[in-house]
Design a protein around this ligand. Structure first.
Ligand SMILES: *Cc1c(COP(=O)(O)O)cnc(C)c1O
Length: 431
């Protein structure tokens, strides 16, 4: 029995005027109407509940309608709702910048605000390009990793995987070199290739998703490899950008993925969990060294970039409130519990015959369902599992035949067990 997903009138109005992201409307995809969201749950028609097992596109880390975040948002609205951020400043932006620098390694001292993960990437790339330009240094090549996802704007697409998603735009991208994705067998070869490239002296930066590549299917690699790669970049004067848009704020079991690494990047981008998934905001954080290359009596050497909503005070207040929650032991206890449940779940999955590549990092658990076809985002299995989960009170969004969970940290053991049971049932029924 399929439950009703949306009120008929609303469905017609949605269809008439709304263009949904990543959606082939031709296929008549019916979106789930969410009437209320609280804690781990989304409430649909007739008060049916759905566990938000992918944290509303990986952003909602503390659960929906968290009272502490709600209070911070309301209080900030009554103080300063929004204000221009060029020639003006406000206390919450300053507080957030200070607190973010506090929780990052010491070399991170300057915070640039933008609106989402993609703009945080654009800012990072523009910062690097102008850093060298301002000093009259010619370094134009960029290194990225195959399978990368850094956002959907042009710079971000240019440094991402060149695949079916962005084929129409490829003629407009700048050239980028790609490293293979590391596995235990090819790590040394990749490091040799990277070193050869860096030694040309032509590379300005390397951009990378640390430890977990998100959109390409929650693909994981070791901190040891990343340390060696970062070290080789730095030895050759290549700036290193870590895109922690997805990995940041506890996802990997530590506050940042770079907390697993000895070698730290020069620039880091944050978004998604930054505002606990409540309001859009991106941050690009770097060192005083890089910032200082923009200081000059010449205005054109400044970073002439900004957005209307740069450092929106409501988003800053919510991000600070989220950091408050990370100061509470219960948040870390919850993360620890999810890590433990994930490890147990991964062990149980080991005995399932129709899946492969079970992997887990912190609060993320992923595996691939073997299908006749190759592993791909366009797998039919995706729709089958998506609907099966909805029918069983779970909202997930598999990446093709890659199934993963990355729930809000407030998920209860009972809710987690339900997610596990439904996924295992699905796999058994496939047999
Ligand atoms: C989601 C994501 C982005 C893009 O962020 P948006 O806010 O969706 O623009 C960039 N990098 C990574 C690693 C991401 O997961």
């Amino acid at each position: 029995m399929s439950k009703s997903k949306i009120d008929a009138d609303l469905r017609a109005r949605d269809e008439a005027h709304v263009w949904h992201p990543f959606t082939q409307t031709y296929k008549g995809v019916v979106p789930l109407q969410v009437k209320k969201a609280e804690g781990t749950l989304l409430y649909g028609m007739d008060d049916q509940t759905y566990i938000d097992a992918n944290s509303s596109w990986w952003v909602n880390i503390h659960g929906h309608a968290h009272p502490h975040i709600g209070r911070a948002l309301n209080e900030q609205f009554l103080k300063v709702d929004h204000v221009i951020f060029a020639g003006a400043t406000h206390e919450k932006a300053i507080e957030l910048a200070e607190r973010i620098c506090d929780v990052l390694p010491d070399n991170f001292q300057k915070v640039f605000f933008s609106d989402n993960g993609s703009t945080a990437t654009e800012v990072a790339l523009k910062m690097v390009f102008q850093y060298f330009h301002n000093q009259g240094i010619e370094k134009k090549r960029v290194l990225a990793m195959s399978g990368a996802y850094h956002g959907d704007t042009f710079g971000a697409m240019s440094v991402g995987e060149r695949d079916k998603f962005n084929a129409p735009f490829e003629p407009f991208f700048f050239d980028v070199d790609y490293l293979d994705f590391p596995t235990e067998e090819n790590e040394n070869e990749i490091l040799r290739n990277a070193t050869d490239l860096f030694q040309t002296g032509e590379f300005c930066c390397m951009i990378i998703e640390p430890l977990v590549q998100g959109a390409s299917g929650m693909r994981m690699y070791s901190a040891k490899f990343l340390d060696q790669l970062t070290l080789r970049a730095k030895e050759n004067g290549v700036l290193v950008i870590f895109d922690e848009v997805m990995t940041g704020f506890g996802r990997t079991g530590k506050l940042f993925a770079m907390d697993y690494c000895n070698e730290k990047p020069d620039i880091v981008t944050l978004s998604k969990g930054l505002t606990a998934g409540i309001l859009p905001m991106g941050l690009t954080i770097t060192s005083n060294d890089i910032f200082n290359a923009f200081l000059s009596p010449d205005t054109t050497k400044a970073f002439l970039h900004g957005h209307s909503f740069t450092a929106n005070p409501l988003a800053c207040a919510v991000a600070c409130a989220s950091l408050d929650l990370f100061e509470r032991p219960e948040t870390w206890n919850n993360i620890e519990s999810i890590v433990k449940w994930n490890v147990d779940f991964a062990n149980e999955l080991n005995s399932c015959s129709m899946i492969s590549n079970i992997r887990q990092k912190g609060t993320i658990l992923a595996f691939e369902v073997n299908t006749e076809k190759e592993t791909t985002y366009f797998s039919d299995l995706r729709d089958q599992l998506y609907n099966y989960c909805l029918d069983n009170g779970i909202f997930i969004r598999p990446l093709g035949n890659v199934v993963f969970i990355n729930p809000p940290y407030c998920i209860t053991e009972g809710e987690f067990k339900h997610v596990k049971k439904v996924l295992l049932n699905f796999l058994n029924e496939l047999n």
